[in-house]
Design a binder for this molecule. Sequence first.
Ligand code: DSN
Length: 418
Amino acid sequence: MSYLMQADPEVAEAILMETRRQAGKLEMIASENFVSEAVLEAQGSVMTNKYAEGYPSSRYYGGCEYVDVVERLAIERSKILFGAEHVNVQPHAGVQANMAVYFTVLEPGDTILGMNLSHGGHLSHGSPASFSGRFYRGVFYGVDRKTETIDFDEVESLAKRHRPKIIVAGASSYPRRIDYEKFRTIADQVGALVLADIAHIGGLIAAGLHPSPVPNCEFVTMTTHKTLRGPRGGLIMCKQEFGPALDAKIFPGMQGGPLMHIIAAKAVALKEALTDDFRSYQAQIVKNAKTLADELLKAGFRLVSGGTDNHMLLIDLTALGITGKEAQETLDRTGITINKNQIPFDTKGSQVTSGIRIGTPAVTTRGMKEAEIKLIAGFITDVLMHIHDEHRLAGIREEVKSLCDRFPLYPERIRENR
Ligand code: DSN
């Protein structure tokens, strides 16, 4: 029996049930993934015990010689992977990474030009619901109504009218390639800085499948747990000239002790990301997303922007007469986990939505390829076309279960009940 099971059976049981849920369902939330046992081991290590305010070789506590090793490894590996000049691996999450950038170069009241949340942007890109829209003035570009791709004419005209101090290029639910050079050109016309938030596509960029924003942008932020497949956390890259100020905004500016166990796990994930296996994995994520898009289009669905270039796609459910909320709940009952998502120009609110977002990183980690994705497209089609047919839904649940059983996830944990 594990230490945890003895000490706290309620928590141990919940963790076990979560392990079984992850293994027994198809995880298709575009921002989620499954880390390796090595990443989990680093994350569950004694590095959690250590206070290490400051940075390697410049800490406020003694005994930091080994946490320094892992933080240096994480920084050096990020630099190699992305070609970055300066890296900070301490942000607890993506929002903190963006916050640190704003604190470094903006004053309260300054303007951020970011992507409209309902067109695919993120709360931390100037939304009034987040600190970023309360401390700063958020102005938003969106996608073109016809192509549903970023409307660069609008980006340019808003930049000229509002003279933002920073332009944020990045999204949470945008299925297309992002042209950082165009953002750079527009920013240069108005003297703005560019922050590329690559939280979603960090793995694709690391593998060279999408253009890197590092040469063109002063700042690049990301989370480490999405396509990059590391522990939950954030990371910032920037031009050398901003490095010291940025570090000071993370600590002592806005965070205390860094999460050294998470930084150790980030280092492990970054080592994994430097391998050929990782590059093949990222290529398969994209192939799987394209296959899923093609199959869903063949089945008659409308996809936002007509398809995908990355790891995700958005289905517009309007023609089916169902909401994103209903679709999410019904797919979940059949063992397919996705999230409801607003689509551009949505007439429904964020708790209901007209769309769903589907991603392929996690099922690709399990080893699923085009053949399995075609089966999954069939399941999704069947569920969404027959949302009230309980008998059919029960059959699909069985098929999903047997597909999951063919691609075991964390088998030792399931076997050992942990
Ligand atoms: N929650 C993340 C996502 O699902 O895209 C963004 O922060």
